[in-house]
Design a protein around this ligand. Sequence first.
Ligand code: CTP
Length: 409
Amino acid sequence: MLANQNILVVVTGGIAAYKIPNVVRQLIKKGASVRVAMTKTAEKFITAETFRVLTKEPVLTDDNYQISPVAHINLADWSDLVVVTPATANTIAKLDEGIADNEALSTLLATTAPVVVFPAMNHNMWQNKRTQRHIKNLKDDGVWVVEPETGFLAEGYEGKGRLPDIDQQVKAIELVTEAIAQFPPLSSSGLKGFSFLISAGGTHEAIDPVRFLTNKSSGKMGVALSNAARLLGATVKLIATPEAAVLPKLPEVKTTVIESAIQLNDAIQNEYKNYDVVIMAAAVSDYRVAHYSNQKIKKQHQEKSGFQLDLMTNPDILASIDNRQCYKVGFAAESIDIIKYAKDKLNKKSADMIVANDISKKESGFNSDDNEVIIITENGEHFIDRNKKEAIAISVLKVIMEEYHKKAK
Ligand code: CTP
């Protein structure tokens, strides 16, 4: 996704600047060409030399502006994407106002490439009405803003203002690249006003305090859909199993952690009527253990015939969602006759859409970073070629929005 992309990373003066060499390394590892521009205050936290060595390219700073004849214009024109991280309140305000009083800001003013901003600052600076006004203006102008996290700040207290971790930043950058490639006309707030409830991961069906039944689902597809929808401006609630809940998520993807199908069912039934789109990407166990043992089950030495577990049927959550209240999307994991079985599920579960994948293919589907899906609605089929789950997530959202509007008519 990032292969052959020219990415300019603009580093401004916040304590979180120490994380950015690792972001740059990850982007390079994923095949991007990376150049760096820094403000004077950023240089107080991290040296230009670090970035010069990592990128093997000169770094644009206020003291080193002659790296090419008109460096800020050359860099602005070279970039396919510009990432400002960490973005201080000062730089955000100037970016909004079009002020260009340093080399980094001059480059930002000169570029026509999409811009992604990762604000990081003190909680009160973030909450300040003036900062919020600038953020709103930037979003309205099509700048991609990944809001900061709530957590422990450098000041020594909890608040909103933390820079997302390296993996979260890289995921967001991948998603923006993909969204731009797939939806040229769609702005960074293409899903603004929409709300998504998304489930992810394979449920755990407890046998005793230490054992459970589960499946191979990693939750990566559901989390990729949650990140993509959030990045495009939607409100997102993720209901995730413990494995899925620890995958890199964008701040603002509100998450509830569940373990069993019964807990997932309770969470979905309580919430789904408040959302425009419900996506059941979770791999829900069809059965649960009939007699949970409060004590760890001991090995039965006397029994030669092995050990029997009684199972009982779990509720079918997707089938029980009323699709007059929301746009209802299910997944189908199939190993044969994919389209036939997916169509059966569309009808039997009265879903608006089924996203089907072939789990017999080793390189896509369960527990893989890639996927290849067929999207089925009553209006027809869309074949989405093998790609990273982030790219598939953007494609699926695009089809959901087209179909959502058809249903609403
Ligand atoms: N699903 C659900 N509740 C269940 C089982 C499945 O909500 N008890 C949802 C899944 O989240 C998915 C869709 O139904 O969106 C299809 O899941 P899948 O496991 O492929 O289908 P099943 O109905 O379990 O049928 P089968 O296992 O026989 O293919």
